[in-house]
Design a binder for this molecule. Structure first.
Ligand code: ZN
Ligand code: ZN
Length: 333
């Protein structure tokens, strides 16, 4: 089979490799659509923390596919089912896993980072991590479950109150997902503070009430930070009402620190939260929203390329003009 492989020497190529061989409790899946993101670029360019990637690595951690072989598994799933698979592979036995915090599993193992990803003709995955996608859900929405589960995990942690005024900082995929997803918690108002005016079209599709590229004058109950901008993070503290919450989802780069006014945080009785990855519960909640029809993210996939055309996909990820949402690889050659 062909797989899109990233090497430690910063090259990336579509290479021929052996088909995966199923081990016990594993299922063979043919990926349908695989999103690529800034993290894939960090892997390709060797910028990711070396503790989180094993080269050479088949890319692809945001994807959906169809089961083609159930191996030795007897599950309620069937050959032909469309599925998504949790990317972080929890050990299931450490104190984090057994207390429901599998996103903090003490053994790090993740599809597309430490084991082969889905930018390939085939992938094998542990059957216990699969979730069935109903026919009413688009391939685009299904391929976005992984980043959406990251946002779901954070929003659940921030426990938004009904009628909250919400500010989403950033205008990339995570920000768009956050703006759309927070609607399911019935906010009174959602503002997006973006960087590129051209993203307004996508922001409107995500359902924001207001798209700005300059700091707003309102104050908010909840700010979801998805830009990774240290300047914006510093500003955010001053944009919260007393008792407000700042949820950090963006990465600034491991060498970047940011200044915040501690007096504002204490006087404001503020909560600063951050969220890493996702748990099984976040996947279940995300898949349930999609399967029920309460969430549709089809609008967010703005660019599609055949897997064989991966170079154009990577170039689009690096420099396609706005409006730009998710860039996805179709797993056909
Ligand atoms: Zn990603
Ligand atoms: Zn564990």
């Amino acid at each position: 089979m062909k797989s899109l492989t990233s090497y430690a020497d910063r090259s990336v190529a579509l290479v021929e490799s052996a088909n995966p061989v199923l081990e016990s409790a594993e299922v063979l899946v043919a990926p349908i659509l695989t999103g690529i993101c800034g993290t894939d670029l960090e892997i390709i360019h060797g910028k990711i923390d070396p503790a989180y990637v094993l080269y050479p690595i088949v890319l692809g951690h945001e994807w959906c596919g169809r089961i083609i072989d159930l191996g030795d598994e007897s599950t309620e799933l069937a050959v032909g089912d469309r599925v998504v698979c949790e990317g972080i592979i929890p050990c299931g036995s450490c104190f984090e896993c057994t207390s429901g915090n599998s996103n903090r599993c003490t053994t790090y193992d993740e599809i597309g980072f430490t084991r082969p990803g889905a930018a390939a003709e085939l992938i094998k995955v542990p059957s216990r991590l699969l979730h069935k996608i109903e026919d009413n859900v688009s391939d685009e929405s299904a391929a976005l479950v992984e980043p959406t589960a990251v946002v779901t995990q954070g929003i659940l942690k921030s426990a938004p109150k009904t009628a909250s005024k919400v500010l989403v900082i950033g205008d990339g995929t995570i920000a768009m997902i956050a703006a759309r997803l927070i609607r399911n918690w019935s906010p009174s108002f959602v503002t997006m503070l973006g960087l590129k005016a051209g993203q307004v079209e996508l922001a409107n599709k995500a359902g924001v009430d207001e798209f700005l590229t300059v700091t707003p004058s309102l104050k908010y109950d909840l700010i979801i930070e998805a830009s990774g901008s240290s300047t914006r993070i510093s500003e955010a503290v001053g944009l919260l009402v007393r008792g407000g919450k700042l949820l950090l989802l963006g990465f600034t780069g491991s060498d970047v620190t940011t200044g915040i006014s501690i007096d504002d945080v204490v006087n404001g009785d503020l909560s600063i939260l951050a969220s890493f990855g996702y748990t099984r519960e976040a996947w279940k909640a995300t898949v349930a929203l999609l399967n029920s029809g309460a969430l549709d993210l089809t609008f967010l996939v703005t660019h599609r390329f055949a897997l064989s055309n991966y170079a154009d996909a990577i170039a689009a990820l690096e420099s396609a003009p706005a409006p730009r949402g998710k860039i996805a690889l179709e797993n056909r050659l």
